[in-house]
Design a protein around this ligand. Structure first.
Ligand SMILES: C[S@@+](CC[C@H](N)C(=O)[O-])C[C@H]1O[C@@H](n2cnc3c(N)ncnc32)[C@H](O)[C@@H]1O
Length: 247
């Protein structure tokens, strides 16, 4: 998808980007590819692929969950890497307040520089493991309207990173490509244990492509018990699973 096709596809979905926003996406693309020469940020570097598979893909949550487009929501993006999905969301919807946490400091440094280049306001970057960032003593626990994550871990593990960060009545929105159905079934126990409720699995696709995407919306119904998230590494090693015989 060329930048102009990107703009037209979004306009078709009711999102009009200004020339300035288009320039921000272009600056993002150029800085991503230049930095990628010496810092491992992405395997996708062709312009048309970055616009489709990173930029447009990152905007899918806002195309499907409309209040992201207009409200001054606080968003925490867990494991954003080179900024996906939250930086494209912030460029397209400057109303958002974005916090990113990633365990790789080189990526956080890239994002800090990127944010300055794009003149973004209300963006905050933290080098930390999600398990610590969301811990019971953390000021960030249960403080965000929306928590997002793309390509970080399977849903049962991701729920333990993300649900503790969502406010009561807030949402955790996971961006998934394949195997979403399997992951959802496998994550039911974890989601319920952590205070969440699976609300929707919105199936969608990238334009001019048969690649399906799932936007999974989980609402935070109850506070997360203090013992979660467990210590760094444990959620991935021992994902929360129903005791034998329970579903
Ligand atoms: C495959 S990348 C995906 C990056 C981005 N979300 C995307 O969709 O392109 C996964 C990212 O999650 C980060 N990550 C993995 N486990 C993490 C954890 N426990 N806490 C914080 N960040 C984590 C990694 O450092 C990496 O930048």
């Amino acid at each position: 998808m060329t930048p102009e096709e990107f703009r037209a596809a979004l306009a078709k979905r009711g999102v009009e980007l200004s020339d300035e926003q288009m320039q921000q996406f272009q600056t993002y693309y150029e800085f991503l590819v230049a930095t990628n020469e010496h810092v491992n940020l992405t395997a996708i570097t062709k312009q048309e692929e970055v616009y489709l598979k990173h930029f447009y893909d990152s905007l899918l949550p806002a195309l499907e969950v409309k209040d992201i487009q207009t409200r001054a929501l606080s968003i925490c993006d867990v494991g954003a890497g080179a900024g996906f999905p939250s930086i494209p969301l912030k460029i397209a919807f400057p109303n958002l307040k974005v916090t990113i946490v990633d365990s790789l400091n080189k990526r956080i440094k890239f994002l800090e520089e990127l944010s300055q280049k794009l003149n973004l306001t209300d963006t905050h970057f933290y080098h930390a493991r999600a398990e610590e960032f969301a811990g019971k003593k953390s000021e960030f626990r249960e403080s965000f309207d929306v928590v997002t994550a793309r390509a970080v871990a399977r849903l049962s593990v991701l729920s333990e990173f993300c649900l503790p960060l969502a406010k009561l009545n807030g949402r955790f929105i996971a961006l998934k490509a394949q195997k979403a159905n399997e992951e959802l079934a496998d994550a039911k126990y974890a989601v319920a244990t952590l205070g969440g409720k699976i609300e929707e699995d919105i199936q969608t696709a990238l334009p001019k492509s048969d690649e399906t995407r799932h936007i999974i919306v989980i609402s935070k119904k109850k506070p997360t018990p203090n013992k979660y998230p467990r210590k760094p590494g444990t959620p991935a090693k021992q994902p929360l699973q129903a005791p034998q015989g329970r579903k």
